[in-house]
Design a protein around this ligand. Sequence first.
Ligand code: C5J
Length: 223
Amino acid sequence: MTPLEARPFPYAYDLASTLLVIIDMQRDFIEPGGFGESLGNDVSRLSAIVPACQKVLKAWRDNGGQVLYTREAHREDLSDCPPAKRNRGNPSLRIGDVGPMGRILVAGHPGSDIVPALAPQGQEWVIDKPGKGMFYKTGLSERLQAAGVSHLIFMGVTTEVCVQTSMREANDRGYDCLLLEDCTESYFPEYKQAILDMVRAQGAIVGWTAHSESLLRQLSSGS
Ligand code: C5J
């Protein structure tokens, strides 16, 4: 494919060896009543990116692209949630507590679901991760290697926590990573901007960034 218009320079990738990675677009982070709000955040900032993510997801699927979803979700017995993680920050609801959408960040409870507008389809990969990064205790490295994946295009939340951590983990493992600027968000706009700048600094030290329009144009032109 023609390299994508991106920063700091064009991003060359091949659809067959690239995954669209959707990080933690879960009700617990994006909808009122979930974990994000229990930490005192304004979740409307995050829900605002859903339409842009939907457009990319549709175009990617229409082109036969593969999709990987992550969810930050723990086991029922919280054996994969260190007390330090559960107790930090004194939230009004802790991981595992019962909230309006079931137990907070526990797999199988409604809050841990991907928001309906971006729901996974068919055989798309969905992994639950106990940490911020998608490689930690998930077996993902082996799966990506077996599938011959070399490039990862990221969307999701939050930019400076799970998106950044996953992207850095992937970069260290040799993947060429691109972050879609308008398809990621933070509760703190200044943190999002800092991550976009950091990722593409020093000749793409962590990876590339691009506006989703750049990817959509390329996908619709079939080049
Ligand atoms: C957070 C995430 N922010 N998915 N998780 O705790 O970024």
